[in-house]
Design a protein around this ligand. Structure first.
Ligand SMILES: [Zn+2]
Length: 199
C-alpha cells in the first residue's frame, strides 16, 4: 500500500518534532486538522508510527555503550537472539545475513560491562564475539528514512502473513484492519463476532 505526499510530509514533521499539535501540523502541511488526525491514526494502525518518545541523550546521562557482534551457527542465530532480547542492557539487536548478531548495549558503569562480557562465555551457541566501546557518537538518527514513494508492507490482521496484493480494508470498532484475502477476511470477521459475543 502506498502513502501519499501528505502522509510523507506528516511523517517528516513528526520525525523532527513529535510534540506539534494537529493544528500546527495542518498549517505546515496545508491540509485540514481532521485530515491530519485521520492520517496519523491510520499510520498508527498500519504500524508505521510505532510511538512518540523523548529522545534522551545517553552520553549526557553518563552512560557507556558498546557495540557487540556475535557469531553463531545459522541454525542457532534465533536462539541466541532470544537469549539477549530480554536483557535490558541490549538496546538494539539486529540479525545479520552473515550469521551474526549485532547489538548496541548500554550500561550505567564499566563494572556492569565486565559482568555482561563475563556472561557471554555462558552462552553455549556463541562461536565468537567482538566487543568495542563507543567513544564518540558522531551521528545517531532514527533508522527510518522518510522519502517520497513509501510503500507500506502490511501484515494480514488474521494470518499475519505479509500482504502482497492490494489489502482488503475492514472497518471495525473504529479502526481499520487489513486482510490479505477474502478467506482471511471471513475468518477475521467471525473472530471479531465471537469476541463481541463473549464481551
Ligand atoms: Zn491473511
Amino acid at each position: 500500500m502506498d502513502l501519499d505526499e501528505t502522509d510523507v510530509d506528516i511523517l517528516r514533521i513528526l520525525q523532527e518534532n513529535g510534540r506539534l499539535s494537529f493544528r500546527q501540523m495542518a498549517e505546515r502541511v496545508k491540509v485540514s486538522v481532521p485530515t491530519v488526525s485521520s492520517k496519523i491514526s491510520n499510520m498508527e494502525n498500519m504500524g508505521i508510527i510505532r510511538g512518540y518518545l523523548a529522545d534522551l541523550d545517553s552520553e549526557r546521562m553518563g552512560e557507556l555503550s558498546v557495540v557487540l557482534t556475535v557469531k553463531a551457527k545459522p541454525s542457532d542465530l534465533k536462539t541466541v537472539a532470544e537469549r539477549f532480547r530480554a536483557n535490558e542492557h541490549v538496546r538494539k539487536l539486529f540479525l545479520l545475513s552473515n550469521s551474526k548478531l549485532h547489538m548496541i548495549c548500554t550500561f550505567s558503569g564499566s563494572h556492569l560491562i565486565n559482568d555482561f562480557v563475563a556472561g557471554l562465555g555462558e552462552v553455549p551457541e556463541i562461536i565468537e564475539y567482538d566487543i568495542s566501546n563507543i567513544i564518540q557518537v558522531v551521528k545517531e538518527n532514527q533508522r527510518a528514512l522518510v522519502e517520497p514513494d513509501i510503500s507500506v508492507i502490511l501484515p494480514c490482521a488474521f494470518c499475519k502473513k505479509e500482504i502482497r496484493d492490494g489489502p482488503i480494508k475492514l472497518k471495525a470498532d473504529d479502526r481499520d484492519y487489513y486482510l490479505c484475502c477474502t478467506t482471511c477476511l471471513k475468518s477475521f470477521q467471525e473472530k471479531i463476532e465471537k469476541l463481541k459475543a463473549k464481551a
